[in-house]
Design a protein around this ligand. Structure first.
Ligand SMILES: Cc1ncc(COP(=O)(O)O)c(C=O)c1O
Length: 390
């Protein structure tokens, strides 16, 4: 299906200090590498976002502002029509970004030394937040069964039943393995946590990018009981490629916890509105749907290309993703240590992917690869990998 959007053209991200291609990430000698690490897209954003921001710039005055009246309805309208999730606007707080809110949740709803359960391989910042807030990391590794990751519910039950473990950090959908957790899976997890008084802190910022045949289930949509035992983070950052100019949202149905969270936001004075962020987010949620649909289609095309080229690389296995623009590739057949694999991919294939080990020791031998780039670039990178492996 042809679309009105152009994802094939290269945008030179070096015109701005984009992290994905910055020497800070790629190294001083990394300019020619396939930059597949940092989790944003190389595509120009949806035209309605650019137009709304342009109009805002033309206005020419950028003083202090309130949050535009239309923003929260744009968000709740999106959640309702896109995901069938009705959210009370009064339950939504805003925050500078998801990581900031994860840290606040950890510090507010657990004590120093308490356990926070994570399910590795998982987004590496979870580990840092737990460590930096002096909580203890409790791991319930995902289980890789026939090429698909699953949660280990029996082990989760054991961990949740330990009264020292107070919180579970859920990644829904799951970065880096691409699982979009199903309703029954989330229900089982939610029931275990509820039974043992473990608070579910659910990072759902990848929820909008899901492939056909899969459905993102917002954790708090499971029912009032689960909603009251959850803190949910949302953000248009990944979906609309506006990580550099947006904030995030925290949905908390439980009044007591929401008031505590709000008080902490006030204490940290993180409530100021950023005029450009508001404009970008409102335009995204109001008019970004067709662009996002086209992105998902394009990502499916990129994924098909990866599948096709991997047929020439029996040493590498793709963990089939249900969603997200991040692929989890299994290089374990190469029998290289994490350092050797990183060096091999960089030196022989020209790839700067994210080291699997960064997501926990279970990620040794894997790499996470961002495929949200023009197809020609991905194709070249895959050719380089084929040459490196042959
Ligand atoms: C699962 C997950 N959570 C949070 C973040 C970061 O979100 P933010 O930029 O809002 O802090 C990322 C970015 O890659 C992510 O993948």
């Amino acid at each position: 299906m042809a679309t009105e959007f152009d994802f094939d053209s290269e945008v030179d991200r070096r015109e701005v200090p984009a992290l994905k291609v910055h020497p800070m990430v790629l190294g001083e000698d990394g300019a020619e590498l396939f930059a597949a690490g940092v989790a944003d897209m190389d595509f120009r954003v949806a035209p309605p976002i650019i137009e709304a921001m342009r109009q805002r710039v033309d206005h020419g005055v950028f003083g202090y502002e309130a949050v535009p009246r239309g923003l929260m309805p744009a968000l709740t309208g999106w959640l309702e029509t896109r995901h069938g999730w009705t959210v009370d606007q009064a339950h939504i707080l805003r925050a500078p970004n998801v990581l900031n809110s994860l840290a606040i949740a950890a510090s507010l709803f657990s004590e120093e030394g308490d356990g926070i359960i994570v399910q590795p391989p998982v987004f590496f910042d979870f580990f840092d937040i737990i460590r930096e807030n002096r909580r203890s990391l409790v791991e319930n590794p995902l289980v890789l069964k026939d090429g698909r990751y699953e949660m280990d519910f029996a082990r989760l039950e054991l961990m949740a039943s330990d009264p020292r473990n107070r919180i579970l950090f859920l990644c829904n959908p799951h970065n880096p393995v691409g699982r979009v957790w199903t309703q029954p899976e989330l229900m089982q997890l939610g029931d275990i946590c509820a039974r043992h008084g473990v608070l579910v802190v659910s990072d759902e910022l990848h929820g909008d990018i899901v492939f056909p045949g899969h459905n993102y289930t917002p954790f708090a949509s499971l029912g009032p009981g689960h909603a009251h035992n959850a803190i949910v983070f949302l953000s248009p950052a990944k979906s609309f490629n506006i990580a550099g100019c947006c904030w995030s949202f925290t949905v908390i149905a439980d009044d007591r916890r929401r008031k505590a969270f709000q008080a902490e936001n006030s204490r940290l004075t993180v409530n100021k509105n950023n005029a450009f962020a508001s404009v970008a987010m409102q335009a995204a949620y109001r008019g970004g749907g067709p662009w996002l649909d086209a992105v998902i289609l394009y990502l499916q095309g990129n994924l098909d290309l990866v599948r096709q080229r991997l047929q020439q690389m029996p040493q590498v296995e793709l963990i089939e993703p249900d969603g997200t623009f991040l692929l989890w590739l299994d290089f374990r057949k190469l029998q290289k240590s994490p350092d050797e694999l990183t060096a091999f991919l960089r030196a022989k294939a020209g790839w700067a992917a994210t080291r699997g080990i960064a997501f926990g020791e279970q990620g040794a031998g894997f790499a996470r690869v961002n495929i949200a780039c023009p197809r020609a670039r991905l194709s070249k990178a895959l050719d380089q990998l084929i040459t490196a492996l042959s």
